[in-house]
Design a protein around this ligand. Sequence first.
Ligand code: AMP
Length: 417
Amino acid sequence: MFEQFDLDSELLASIKELGYKKPTSIQTLVIPPAMAGKDILASAPTGTGKTAAFLLPIAQHLLDYPRTQPGFPRVLILTPTRELAIQIGGDSDNLTKLTKIKTGVITGGVNYGSHADILNSTTDILVATPGRLLEYIENEQFDAREIEILVLDEADRMLDLGFSEAINRIVGEARWRKQTMLFSATLEGAGVIRFAKEVLNEPEFLESNPSRKEKAKIHQWLHLADSAPHKLNLLVNTLKQQGVERTVVFANKRETVQYLSGKLYAEELPCVWLEGKMPQDKRNKAIERFKSGEVKVLVATDVAARGLDIDNITHVINFDLPRKVDIYVHRIGRTGRAGAKGTAISLVEAHDMSVVGKIERYQSERLQRRVIETLRPKNKEARVANKKAKIKLTTAQKKAKAKKQAKKKVKQTKMKS
Ligand code: AMP
């Protein structure tokens, strides 16, 4: 129950209106320490309710300590993409609509004039992408020294997108802050951990452990494929099946996205596609056609699909399996949102099997193998040796091991003689 947290009635009323019945696991973990003012380091993929996990403590802080004079924003939320920033801005408006808290969104890809209102009037919570915000800081149009709470959302993605320098600069500018919260889909990468150590102060380390019910929302399976053309046939067959409605197809390369969209059109499967360097208006148009249901398939690379927040995605298909587990987790997290069931299907060639092994170890669960009878693979599943992770020993442990081995040797020699 949300009543267990010490939230003002205006916030509880908005939560009720949004239809949230009880807190998700990440909300239960994050809200109490965040309300106590602690720094937070949390792993939470999108779809787990992480946005409200940081927005509610932020809103409560602003209500507890109301602003006494106009000024620059007191809370800054940095996100990797425009879509995610807009999404968080909307969530913030919804959660704080019965209060006087004002939220603004600043991102690239829109003209500079449209931010004048946010920069010149009093905004409490600012959601921004790092690049454009840094420009405003450098032009002295924005002052980050009034920031009290800083949130780094999807920190792993921001680092992947090459924002680390911009973020470091902004973090430096916001040096008077009292609290920092860092959210990342996984905390696997060394980059995120190193970065977290630099920006956080004795953080609470929180890992969302979605309940079985939350986990069970996404059905995952794979099809073994002999080659890229075989994968294409599997993709077309899957997309033509009943119940495959709103589908995001992931490819690892831009060229593959273009190749696939051509092939799907030839199969009378209209689709839209996204690529990283697309002009914003073209991108918006493509997203809109997919969102409105005009086309049911969206083909994209990971970079292009970052931050995309579209509800009711029924299927995620990995035409190419990503090379890293955290990207897989991110991709499949796009389906099965807000209680809906989702399906994630991976088309897997022999060279992908080592990644399959990593995914299965990470999830402690074998991905089910499925076969489409007419497209049965000719090759058997490639076996990959399960390399045991080498454990680093401390000097003391090394000495103990050497001693043990020496003893064993003595015993063996004694036995022989
Ligand atoms: P997020 O991970 O923050 O992107 O949230 C994923 C979706 O879950 C969004 O559509 C939220 O509106 C929704 N949501 C967040 N918290 C809850 C909750 N406690 N109960 C139900 N839905 C929620």
